[in-house]
Design a protein around this ligand. Structure first.
Ligand code: ZN
Length: 164
């Protein structure tokens, strides 16, 4: 088991598109367990594998209703839109209003390797969409439509990282 640490912007791993898991093994189960440990330690509601330097399609989420582990998740259907402030463990100290689908249906693999689909709405749907973004190399800062605002924010985050 590699020693996983939380990566923060602008670490290049956060821009990598994670690869799908071909068959679920103990390696993935151990990674998911370690990711859950880090998510709880950092008091996040979700964590994607790229955030700990692993380019595989693994996600853990707990919005306070129990731990959910998703392997190779994809959104089959989405409905409605909702704006809400979002933060990210990998972009500390930043909060951005982001438009997401209100309801989604996803398909994923369980830890046992079964293909499952389920629905989610509200905060859970938001958390899942946020983490799936991570697996595609997308961060909350990318959701800012105004290019000047986006540039200024990225500069500000980089600056705040240099001066502890
Ligand atoms: Zn995030």
């Amino acid at each position: 088991m590699p020693n996983l640490t939380l990566r923060t912007f602008p670490d290049p791993i956060l821009r990598v598109r994670a690869k799908p898991v071909e068959s679920v093994s103990d390696v993935e189960r151990e990674l998911l367990a370690e990711m859950a440990r880090i998510m709880y330690l950092k008091e996040g509601v979700g964590l994607a594998a790229t955030q700990v330097g692993i380019d595989r399609q693994l996600i853990v989420i707990d919005i306070g209703t129990g731990l959910i582990k998703l392997i190779n998740p994809s959104i089959l259907k989405s409905e409605g839109t909702e704006w809400c402030d979002e933060g990210c463990l990998s972009v500390p100290g930043t909060c951005i209003k982001i438009k997401r689908a209100q309801k989604i249906i996803i398909e994923y693999l369980t830890e046992k390797g079964d293909v499952v689909s389920r629905g989610a709405d509200g905060l859970l749907a938001r958390a899942i969409q946020h983490e799936i973004d991570h697996l595609r190399g997308i961060l909350i800062v990318d959701h800012i439509a105004n290019p000047i605002k986006k540039l200024l924010l990225k500069k500000k985050i980089r600056r705040s990282r240099r001066t502890p």
